[in-house]
Design a protein around this ligand. Sequence first.
Ligand code: SAH
Ligand code: SF4
Ligand code: F3S
Length: 456
Amino acid sequence: MTLPVTIDRMKTFYIETFGCQMNAHDSEKVVGTLLQQGYERVESPEQAQLVLYNTCSIRDKAEQKVFSRLQQFKRGAGKDKLFGVLGCVAQQEGERIFDRAPHVNLVAGSASYTKLPEMLVQLETGNRRVTGLDLDTGETFDTPFTRRDNPHRAYITIIEGCDKACAYCVVPFTRGPERSRTSESVMREAKSLTELGYTEIQLLGQNVNSYRDPSPHAWDFAKLLANAGAIPGIRRVRFTTSHPRDFVKSIVDAIDENPALCNHVHLPVQSGSTSVLSRMQRLYSRDEYMRRIEWMKNARRDIAITTDIIVGFPGETEADFHQTMQLAEEIEYDSMFIFKYSKRPNTSALQLEDQIPEDEKTRRLMLLQERQRAIQMRRNGRYVGKTEEVHVEGYNVATGQWIGRTSQNKTLNFSDAALPAPREAETLGGKYTNVLVTRSGPNSLAGERAREVYVQ
Ligand code: SAH
Ligand code: SF4
Ligand code: F3S
């Protein structure tokens, strides 16, 4: 059979990924699928025949990035290339992307990636307007071809989409309704990762707490977590993200009972004011959120708690903001991502009046950042003098230190007098060792290796 001429010209691809860990992991699956289809990955868009952008739409700035990338290739430079927009902006904008950037040839959202091989064939046979925009496919995108980027920590999607309707958020529109994978399929993937040498896994979903095993086992998230932590060879299990409304005490109990489950929970609060939370349609009050925090503070293990905050949501008063500042002080988060509210298409918050001016949002963001920095200084100071187990991630030539991560997800840089450094980086990466913490800063810890042997 003779193949159409276009095929040979398209066999190299480049992909750039924006957004959250789910997008990063989707790209790993997309890359695996492309390689399996005979494509070769290249490191720059200039070298590639097929240029893919896996996009994020969570805030306006994120959305703009892909259009500025596409702009660079509008004429001349991009003449012989094919362009594909994947992910959340693709789903949100759909075929309008072809109008905004006519040199785009493929627009596909995350719920249609199982159809990638067919879409590639369409491109290869000359179709220049290929789309995959079905949201309600009911499918989860798990593929045996995933090509993982991180050699030490492997992502596993357990649930896709989101059934919540937070007033500011595009995700329910860009990723569709919730679909959980069967526990059997998740466990199979986790076990196969141990065979590849992975000891740390991270379970992913926009809301992992609403995981419901669709098989007759009917596991909930806590059960899935406990079982993942019990897999021989798995030393660390992380998970993200938890929605406070669906966060139940059995998750904390599971962490208490199994040291393989990392003592870190990311529990985005968004605001410390119940009235803002209610306008955000977050489905919990400040008190209900605090109850979840108390479960963690009362746990046997020292659980690190991190969060996301949106400042300047429409109608957020100075008093509301003050409550967020107080909440931060009361909880003493280990880390916090703070965002300025950004208006997003389709979301219900677009209807709300009383927008907060940009410079006021900036003022609140900076005040909270400053407060949080002091809190982290204090919190991290408590680790000085303690010994922590780290998973070694690599070696920093500039500082002459190894980079490790604690179970609480803190970066712990350490030196090791006995170790003949950089050359060993590859063999030490992925191992575990104990480190005595000697110094602390707001964003990381530093220390010295405490024991003779590295394990695993
Ligand atoms: N599913 C996760 C969060 C996904 S988005 C959850 O429910 O926690 C990650 C973070 O981006 C959110 O927690 C929120 O703080 C922020 N975010 C989402 N939409 C935003 C918007 N329109 N403007 C500013 N920040 C936003
Ligand atoms: Fe967005 Fe809310 Fe769903 Fe999180 S829970 S993805 S913030 S709608
Ligand atoms: Fe962005 Fe989509 Fe993730 S909007 S944050 S890439 S779910």
